[in-house]
Design a binder for this molecule. Structure first.
Ligand SMILES: [Cu+2]
Length: 125
């Protein structure tokens, strides 16, 4: 699956850490590639899962193959987007947004590495 990461702040998870599936946030080494980091705009009507109140909202979502799915952390707690047991986001801080693009149909289980009660299912058609 293709995963594209966009950060709203200057603190970035390194690509290496991301590939290794490590949830390690580190500031500095990626600061020069964006310059003007700004919040990602989530298009109106786009598939979106909010992380708030230690919950994925909604916890069920149906999208199409190739469609961008936006995840946003709306609270101060650190979260991850972990899909079928693979952390695809690294640590997400408040207002961080990540985009996940499913390449295959099926049911995907979404969890957070820090909060076992956070669960969602994305059905990809
Ligand atoms: Cu969490």
């Amino acid at each position: 699956m293709i995963f594209k990461k966009i950060r709203a702040t200057l603190l970035l998870v390194s690509a290496a850490a991301l590939l290794a599936g490590l949830a390690v946030a580190c500031g500095g080494d990626d600061d020069d590639d964006g310059g003007d980091s700004k919040p990602v705009e989530i298009p109106a009507g786009a598939p979106m899962v909010d992380q708030d109140d230690l919950t994925f909202i909604p916890n069920k979502l149906t999208v199409k193959v190739g469609e961008k799915v936006y995840f946003k952390n709306s609270e101060t707690a650190i979260h991850t987007v972990t899909i079928n047991s693979k952390n695809v986001s690294g640590n997400m801080k408040e207002n961080d947004v990540v985009i996940w693009i499913p390449e295959k149909s099926g049911d995907y289980k979404v969890t957070c590495d820090y909060h076992p009660q956070m669960k969602a299912t994305i059905t990809v058609e």
